[in-house]
Design a protein around this ligand. Structure first.
Ligand code: UT7
Length: 330
């Protein structure tokens, strides 16, 4: 009998733009201060993609090139590229299609997934099913967002939070039980009112009025989202452990979405995890939406060991949220 195929992560790539926007820079732009931002969110600086015409695909491409180089493969070998993003280059075509062209990934098909901050977990789960089906051998899933394109830099309640970046992982078949082992994903569209972009979609197409009303920027009711996020991310992570008969002691790393350090701390506490087992880079990159989780994997890659159990957890606009259990394959 043939063994069960799981989707193993076999390489990680990442890209953050070189330009930094620090809390001190923001002090000069809006009524805020470094101490408030650090204590309320954990962010110290973020990266901003600068340059005329530069878009999310321009971060996807170097992230995917990075993982191809590490794995020693050519982009022509990629079967499928899935990009989780809420800041696509254009409404259509998909950023994945544009990135494949720039990469020379001529044998790949691809598409984008809109799931806000849970974008990477949704794409990872989806990518894993393509591998598990036996039909595809090399699927790249990428979380990438150019949040600076939709941030209002006169709104102190949101502009302090977000940054730009992209991370990607390669999924390949594994018959030894490594890889994406389980996912619990959730969504609740009634949360739309608390976190959204009001215009630019079919409900309210772009017009002079929508631009004047600043409706093409992120709208967030921070406190409401915070309450849902703390409960959602902690509950689903605890549920994933219970479902898989694991405790915090079995987990090598929590890889949380980096929206707010206080939400991350609450999730770690709920899972019974000490803080040295929590990947945290919000201080350097802020909230890169779909980019946060793969950028953590990218930065911590050298510290990971074959067989490590990782819990990836996210909460974001939609609402969307979830947690994924990964057994590290290398
Ligand atoms: O990743 C997608 C999901 N998003 C999230 O998970 C974000 C969840 N929400 C949050 O992380 C937090 O709600 C924020 C960081 C956005 C805000 O923190 P908060 O502790 O909820 O602050 P608040 O909105 O309750 O505001 C507290 C005070 C207010 O002043 P008053 O009314 O008490 O006088 C705000 O006006 O802080 C003020 N404030 C600021 N002060 C200095 C709000 N923004 C700032 C600022 N600098 N940037």
């Amino acid at each position: 009998m043939s063994k069960k195929i799981t989707a193993a992560i076999t390489a990680v790539g990442g890209y953050v733009p070189p330009d930094k926007l620090t809390n001190f820079d923001l002090e000069k732009m809006v009524d805020t201060n470094d101490e408030w931002i650090r204590t309320r969110t954990g962010v110290e600086e973020r990266r901003i993609l600068k340059g005329e015409g530069k878009a999310t695909s321009d971060m996807v491409v170097p992230a995917v090139q990075d993982l191809c180089k590490k794995r020693g493969i050519d982009p022509m070998e990629i079967d499928c590229l899935i990009v989780g993003t809420v800041t696509p280059d254009m409404v259509f075509p998909a950023t994945a299609n544009i990135a494949c062209d720039k990469l020379g990934a001529k044998n790949a098909w691809g598409f984008d997934v809109s799931a806000a901050c849970s974008g990477f977990l949704y794409t990872l789960t989806l990518g894993a099913t393509l591998i598990e089906s036996g039909r595809y051998k090399k699927v790249v899933v990428c979380g990438a967002d150019k949040m600076s394109a939709i941030v209002d830099y006169t709104d102190r309640s949101t502009c302090i939070l977000f940054g730009d970046g992209a991370g990607a992982v390669l999924l390949e078949p594994n018959e030894e039980g490594y890889g994406i082992l389980d996912s619990i994903l959730r969504s609740d569209g009634s949360g739309c009112q608390y976190l959204q972009m009001k215009a630019g979609g079919s409900k309210k197409p772009a017009s002079i009025e929508t631009v004047m009303a600043k409706e093409h920027f992120i709208y967030q009711e921070g406190q409401a989202v915070f309450k849902f996020a703390v409960k959602g991310m902690a509950d689903v992570s605890a549920e994933l452990l219970e479902k898989n008969h694991l405790t915090g002691d079995d987990i090598a790393w929590l890889v949380p979405h980096q929206a707010n350090k206080r939400i991350i701390d609450a999730t770690a506490n709920r899972m019974g995890l000490s803080h040295d087992k929590v990947m945290l880079n919000i201080q350097r990159y802020g909230n890169t939406t779909s980019g946060t989780i793969p950028l953590c994997l990218w930065e911590w890659e050298k510290q990971l060991h074959k067989g490590d159990n990782l819990v990836l957890a996210a909460f974001g606009g939609g609402f969307t949220w979830g947690a994924t259990l990964v057994k590290w394959a290398y």
